[in-house]
Design a protein around this ligand. Sequence first.
Ligand SMILES: [Zn+2]
Length: 185
Amino acid sequence: MADLFQTIVDTQAAPDQVDHLAKHIVAWLAEKGVVKPNPSEEGGYDRGPNAAEISVLQTPPRGHERIPPVHKHLQVLIGRMTHADNLSEFREPAASCPSCDKPLEDVDGAWQAATQEWIGGDDDAALRCPECGKESPVTAWRYDRHYGYGNLAFRFWNWPPLKLTFLDDIRRELGHSIVVVEGIL
Ligand SMILES: [Zn+2]
């Protein structure tokens, strides 16, 4: 059984905010009973008694014995990194220009170069659109739940789809905008 995840990426947290914000979100989730307050020996946060409260209800398929997934915890990711939707193999994500909405045809590796610049510390690393010619930060291109950039992220392993109201709540608790990357290990 493949392991699926939903990663909530805080796209605005500054490096000096992330430790505090990570602690705040874990404490907030633990208080609601969504996760255990302390990390497990493997380093993630196990599910609490109300773990399903943040998800859209799903009925398991009838007549099937559900094989428990290997990963079913909350993983907190601190530090500047990109978040892809496939952790097993690298693929350049489909990106659309934030100005003209045209999909990027990246023939010369410009996307990867801009992403490397971002990883290297340049928040404004720019990517020029070959269609309309406008430069935008590579982080501002549209990735539609397939890619994210940030200093802090929360990866929910094998949780059913997260509720939109929960995403609103976590956005409010962080005080920042977020993107959600849905993916597979
Ligand atoms: Zn464009």
